[in-house]
Design a protein around this ligand. Structure first.
Ligand SMILES: [Zn+2]
Length: 401
């Protein structure tokens, strides 16, 4: 006999003060409905998004009671794991400064996270995980978690109604001077990543500044921040040290925090530049290994700054580039003269392409590559490899048709 499914509409009416400044003075700006499939029931959660009139924090108010959220999570979380995706290397990179085989680490909300959990277990003295959800696997009981050196919490805090109690409770499990690593969705990128906003179980909408202010209230200083190193594209990671020093002048602290976070933003930009250079060099290596194969010829499309950058990197390591560079714009015929590369301004010159080129590399997917590909196919050069490169030197697609 099948149990009857119900459609449960959760529209909370629990008043909620601003978790950061404690003000009861907030204005509701929008109501969003989200529907979710549970194991036993279908759920609709109605979220009322409000802005604190005193500090600007954005949070759900009024909202559901914690009990109602818990019964919803117990029905829906077991179905959630299938679409989990995050970068394990990024999480480990951030943690690597703080862990070694003498350290104890506890993950809050670490519901049976395979590869990440294994990696932590081999890098620390002991790894504990705790999830409030009763259906979570491999859980430690809260009272079994001792005082640890490092706490980490990935994409959990945006779900917690009683966030101040949550931080207080877990602070008791962290040693003085211990490290608390937190990842949450970033309000700053909601304009392009709407999921965290549309997921109506989210009751806190953080910016790097508001999370730092919240943590400062509980005696934590911000010692790290990155979007680049966050394990998901729509969030940020912040690293806090438990100092015990709480904010006495939130307005002044907010200004100080903004400056600290700006410094970390520059670090992020520089890390992205470094990564780009690494990829460019890997790409140059790849092209060179293709060119070294007997009879293989490489063609670069087109004559732009990106390909100039590529030639600089290539010629520094491998000497003169012996492939072809093609551009439709005849004015660019001599664009690469100083690089001693072969340049043609006429892609439609069939003799130029036919039979002499095996690998085509397009430096920008926005170019009119379709017409070029058609030309290649019409010339019956199907055996040629085609490769698209993004502006950050990612190989977007290779195509051996
Ligand atoms: Zn407030």
């Amino acid at each position: 006999m099948t149990k009857e499914r119900n459609h449960v509409v959760h529209d909370g009416n629990c008043a909620r003060v601003c978790p950061i400044c404690g003000s009861a003075n907030s204005r509701m700006v929008r109501t969003i409905e989200g529907s979710y499939l549970g194991i036993d029931n279908d759920h609709t959660i109605i979220e009322h998004i409000s802005i604190c009139n005193d500090c600007g924090f954005i949070f759900a108010a009024p909202t559901l009671a914690e009990d109602e959220f818990n019964s919803y999570y117990n029905d829906t979380l077991p179905t959630f794991e299938a679409h989990e995706s995050y970068s394990v290397p990024k999480r480990l990179k951030v943690l690597s400064d703080y862990i070694d085989d003498t350290k104890l680490i506890a993950e809050i909300g670490g519901n049976a996270q395979g590869e990440f959990k294994e990696a932590l277990m081999s890098r620390c003295r002991k790894y504990y995980s705790f999830d409030v959800n009763q259906t979570a696997n491999n859980n430690s009981d809260e009272e079994d978690i001792p005082v640890v050196d490092v706490l980490c919490c990935y994409f959990v805090m945006e779900h917690i109604v009683n966030i101040n109690e949550f931080i207080d409770k877990w602070s008791e499990h962290l040693k003085d001077d211990g490290i608390f690593v937190v990842e949450v969705p970033d309000l700053n990128v909601y304009y392009r990543e709407t999921n965290p906003l549309c997921l109506t179980e989210h009751v806190n909408h953080f910016t790097p500044e508001s999370l730092s202010l919240l943590m400062l209230k509980h005696g934590y200083e911000t010692v790290g921040f990155s979007r680049f190193d966050c394990s998901r594209t729509f969030g940020f990671v912040s690293v806090f040290r438990k100092t015990g020093a709480r904010s006495e002048n939130p307005a002044a602290d907010r200004l100080k925090l903004a400056a600290v976070l700006d410094g970390f933003r520059l670090t992020d930009g520089l890390a992205a530049v470094d990564e780009q250079m690494l990829k460019l060099n890997e790409f140059a290596e790849r092209v060179d290994s293709q060119m070294k194969q007997p009879g293989r010829k490489v063609l670069l499309w087109c004559a732009n700054d990106m390909m100039r950058e590529f030639l600089d990197a290539y010629e520094k390591r491998f000497g003169t580039f012996s492939g072809l560079i093609i551009d439709e714009d005849k004015r660019k015929a001599d664009y690469y003269r100083s690089y001693k590369a072969h340049t043609s301004a006429d892609a439609e010159n069939a003799k130029m392409l036919e039979g002499i080129t095996d690998i085509y590399i397009f430096s920008d997917i926005r170019l009119r590559v379709e017409s070029v590909c058609r030309t290649i196919k019409e010339r019956k050069l199907q055996k040629a490899d085609i490769c698209y490169i993004s502006q950050r030197w990612d190989i977007i697609k290779t195509d051996t048709d």
